[in-house]
Design a protein around this ligand. Structure first.
Ligand SMILES: NC(=O)C1=CN([C@@H]2O[C@H](COP(=O)(O)OP(=O)(O)OC[C@H]3O[C@@H](n4cnc5c(N)ncnc54)[C@H](O)[C@@H]3O)[C@@H](O)[C@H]2O)C=CC1
Ligand SMILES: NCC(=O)COP(=O)(O)O
Length: 329
């Protein structure tokens, strides 16, 4: 297989993204990594941490070559202001978006084979004047895809979400038969195509406490979720539920399920992040390109220190490489 090229966005410059890039540069990789960032930022963080690193310019027309330890290949994107570790500055909000847009464009054109993203601060991008709720929604919009699925995965557990970054107060309204059907179809199809599962079994969470307790604690299960799941079962999908989300994540179910489908962001992710910290990956399903990410945030208080765990970033890159291999099989 020819050497592949993966775009890497470090994310929020005041967060631990630059440290994550240094962690990537510690290892040899079988692919070319193209870091979309301000070289001065990476150099400054390396100096702060007493690290030697050789920054190489990205040459788009050259054949991709595997990344060698001690180096990072960079395409410059210029910060508006030098970043201070741990201190957000809305002046750099658009810089972050520029890196994401470059990654998206390069993936859409076929220049890159995947994008791996570091953590961004959603709030500071909004403060910079651009409405932004997350990479998931941003990449969907850039790729002109109406529906994508956020899936977090760690060994032994995959959790997808029907809704992503919306206020809790809007969640019940957003759970419609149409949305649940579309999301479940994407999840089911990509568990097959991207993870090689012939007939994936998906455990579905209820929305209400005790999955509505026969309608006494909320009617969404009876009126929306059960009818949607029954129709999808008619298509041959192996769906279990809806089940009460306070008990569904037990050892027996985790062994049996290929994935869990949660109704909202904070329903299943605490379980996944608890058992998977340092070895979990966020994957966007339904995009026309491969996108993986760290499972954690900007950890501002750790920026500029050597206290970070780069495990999730390494897993995200390995996951992207695996997905490229699967795609090219
Ligand atoms: N992929 C992304 O872009 C994500 C971005 N975020 C953003 O991050 C910001 C901060 O969110 P928080 O909820 O505080 O989550 P966080 O993940 O930044 O921090 C939660 C706790 O985990 C620790 N932590 C996080 N990553 C770590 C690492 N690699 N090594 C060691 N310790 C680590 C932090 O020090 C903190 O104690 C928010 O603006 C949020 O939107 C959050 C999750 C994902
Ligand atoms: N919990 C994952 C998260 O919030 C990151 O979302 P995204 O920025 O990857 O869409």
């Amino acid at each position: 297989m020819s050497c592949k090229r993966i775009a890497i966005t470090p994310g929020e410059p005041a967060g631990i993204g630059p440290e994550l890039m240094l962690a990537l540069s510690d290892l040899d990789w079988p692919v070319e990594l193209v870091v979309l960032a301000d070289p001065a930022l990476i150099q400054a963080r390396a100096e702060l941490l007493g690290r030697d690193i050789t920054l190489l310019p990205y040459r788009q027309q050259a054949k991709p070559v595997p990344q060698r330890a001690g180096t990072l290949t960079i395409e410059p994107v210029t910060l508006a202001k030098p970043a201070v570790p741990g201190v957000l500055d809305e002046a750099n909000g658009l810089y972050v978006l520029e890196t994401l847009k470059r990654a998206s464009d390069g993936n859409m054109s076929g220049e890159f084979d995947a994008v791996v993203t570091g953590p961004v601060n959603k709030g500071i991008i909004n403060k910079a004047g651009v409405s932004f709720s997350g990479h998931t929604e941003f990449f969907a919009q850039q790729a002109n895809v109406p529906d994508v699925v956020m899936l977090l995965a760690t060994p032994g557990l995959r959790v997808a979400q029907v809704t992503t970054h919306i206020p809790l107060a809007y969640v019940a309204r957003a759970i419609t038969e149409e949305r649940l059907t579309k999301i479940t179809r994407i999840l089911h199809a990509e568990l097959k195509s991207k993870f090689g599962l012939a007939n994936p079994r998906i455990y579905v969470c209820g929305l209400n406490p005790h999955a509505g307790e026969d309608g006494h604690l909320g009617r969404e299960e009876l009126d929306i979720i059960i009818p949607a799941l029954n129709a999808l079962r008619e298509e041959g999908m192996d769906l279990v539920g809806p089940l009460s989300s306070d008990t569904v994540f037990n050892e027996k179910n985790m062994k049996d399920a290929d994935a869990f489908l949660a109704m909202y962001h904070d329903q299943g992710l605490p379980v996944l992040k608890y058992i998977g910290f340092g070895k979990a990956v966020n994957i966007t399903l339904g995009l026309p390109f491969i996108r993986t990410s760290v499972d954690h945030g900007t950890a501002l208080e750790l920026a500029g220190t050597d206290q970070i765990d780069a495990g999730s970033m390494l897993c995200a890159l390995n996951q992207a490489i695996e997905m490229i291999e699967k795609r090219d099989e």
